[in-house]
Design a protein around this ligand. Structure first.
Ligand code: CP3
Length: 343
C-alpha cells in the first residue's frame, strides 16, 4: 500500500499493511528548513503564498515520509476573510476588534473561498501535483466554537471567561456568530475538497473547555453542519477536540469518520466508549517528543497496542511543540514502519 491508500483505508476502518502516521502541526518551527523560510516572510504572508505554503507543507514529508500531508495555513485565515483584523504576535494570534455584540456579528460577512481566499485552493492544487498518489493530502478548517473563541476573546485565553460569559448571558448572539462561522466553514471545506483535499480535519481545539451540556448546544450542532458538508463532498471528516474525554459520546453524534483523541484518555478506553463504527487518531502526548527517541518509540507502540490494528491513525494528541528534537520526530514517524500489524 502507498501512504494515501493506507491513510484512507484506516479512515474507513478497512485493513492496512501497517498503521498510517502523521503529526498535527508537522510543518513548523521544530524544523530548521521551516525556520529558514520564516526568516524571509512573516507567518501570514507564508499562509497566503501558494508556492511557499506548499513548500513548507512538503518539508516534513521529504524528511520523515509521513502517510499524510496537511496543507499549511491557519484556522484563522477565513476569519480574516470575514472581516476581522488578524495579527500574529509573539504570544499568538490577536484580533484587533473582538466580536462581542449582535452588531459586531452582523458586520461579519460570509466570504467566497474562490475570490476571497484563492491561495488556499492553489496551495492544495500544487500539493496534489507534487505528492502524486503517494501521500494523502489533508485539508482543514477550524470548528465554529473554537473560531468564535478567538473572535470573542480577541486572541488566545486560559479561562475562556469572555466567550463563556457571552454564552450564558446572551446565547442568541453567540448562536448567530456560530451559525455564520458554520456557513463560512462549510463553503471553505467544500472549496478545499474541490481543490484536491482527500480528507478534512476539523479543529475544535477549545470545545473541550465546555461543560458537556454547553458542548451539546454550542459546539456539536455547528460541528455537524461542517462535517455533513465534508461527507457530502465524498471525503472522510476527522474531528479533533483537545480534552475530549468528557464529550466523546457527543462527538460520535457528528458522524465524523475519524475521532482525533488527546492523551488524557487511553485509546482502548476511547474505543470502548465510541464502539467500532469510527476510526481513532492519536494520541501520544507531544511532550514525550521532548525526551528521547526510545521513550517516543515506546509511547507510539503503546498507542498502537491500545488502538488495535483496525481504524487507527497514529498521531500526537495535539500539535508538535517547537523545541522538539528532530530525532524524536523521526522516531515517532518510523515507529509504525517497523511494526506490521498482527491482529
Ligand atoms: O498542522 C500543520 O502542520 C498545518 C498547519 C497549521 C498551523 N496552524 C500552522 C501554524 C494548522 C493545522 C494550524 C491550526 C491551528 N491554528 C489551530 C488548531 C490546532 C491547534 O494547534 O490547536 C489553532 C488553535 C491555530 C491558531 C494559532 N496559530 C495559534 C494559537 C498560533 C500560535 C501558537 C504558537 O505555537 O505560536 C498559530 C500560529 C501558527 N500556526 C504557527 C504555525 C506553524 C506558528 C507561527 C510561526 O511560524 O511563527
Amino acid at each position: 500500500m502507498n501512504g494515501a491508500q493506507r491513510f484512507l483505508a484506516a479512515c474507513s476502518c478497512r485493513p492496512v499493511d501497517r498503521t498510517p502516521v502523521w503529526m498535527m502541526r508537522q510543518a513548523g518551527r521544530y524544523l530548521p528548513e521551516y525556520r529558514a523560510v520564516r526568516e524571509l516572510v512573516d507567518f501570514l504572508t507564508l499562509c497566503k503564498t501558494p508556492e511557499l505554503a506548499a513548500e513548507v507543507s512538503l518539508q516534513p514529508i521529504r524528511r520523515f515520509g509521513m502517510d499524510a500531508c496537511i496543507v499549511f495555513c491557519d484556522i484563522l485565515i477565513p476569519v480574516e476573510a470575514m472581516g476581522a483584523t488578524l495579527a500574529f504576535t509573539d504570544t499568538g494570534p490577536a484580533i484587533a476588534q473582538p466580536v462581542r455584540s449582535q452588531a459586531a456579528v452582523d458586520e461579519l460577512r460570509i466570504p467566497d473561498p474562490q475570490t476571497d481566499m484563492p491561495f488556499v485552493a492553489q496551495t492544495l492544487r500544487n500539493l496534489r501535483a507534487a505528492l502524486k498518489e503517494e501521500t494523502a493530502l489533508v485539508g482543514f478548517c477550524g470548528a465554529p466554537f473554537t473560531l468564535a473563541a478567538y473572535l470573542v476573546e480577541g486572541g488566545g485565553s486560559k479561562s475562556f471567561a469572555t466567550i463563556k460569559t457571552l454564552m450564558y448571558r446572551e446565547p442568541a448572539t453567540l448562536h448567530a456568530l456560530l451559525a455564520k462561522l458554520a456557513d463560512t466553514m462549510a463553503a471553505y471545506a467544500g472549496a478545499q475538497i474541490d481543490a484536491g483535499a482527500q480528507a478534512m480535519q476539523v479543529f475544535d481545539t477549545w470545545a473541550g473547555e465546555l461543560a458537556p451540556d454547553a458542548f451539546e448546544r454550542f459546539a456539536l450542532p455547528y460541528q455537524k453542519i461542517v462535517i455533513d458538508r465534508i461527507r457530502a463532498g465524498g471525503v472522510p471528516a476527522i474531528l479533533f477536540v483537545n480534552g475530549c474525554a468528557g464529550v466523546l459520546e457527543l462527538m460520535v453524534q457528528t458522524k465524523a469518520d475519524v475521532l482525533s483523541i488527546d492523551w488524557r484518555i487511553g485509546l482502548d478506553a476511547a474505543r470502548k466508549r465510541v464502539g467500532n463504527g469510527f476510526a481513532l487518531q492519536g494520541n501520544v502526548d507531544p511532550t514525550v517528543l521532548l525526551s528521547t527517541p526510545q521513550a517516543v518509540r515506546d509511547s507510539a507502540h503503546d498507542a498502537m497496542r491500545a488502538a488495535g490494528s483496525l481504524g487507527h491513525i497514529l498521531n500526537l494528541g495535539h500539535g508538535i511543540l517547537p523545541p522538539t528534537p528532530i530525532e524524536c520526530a523521526s522516531a515517532f514517524v518510523d515507529a509504525p514502519k517497523a511494526t506490521p500489524v498482527t491482529a
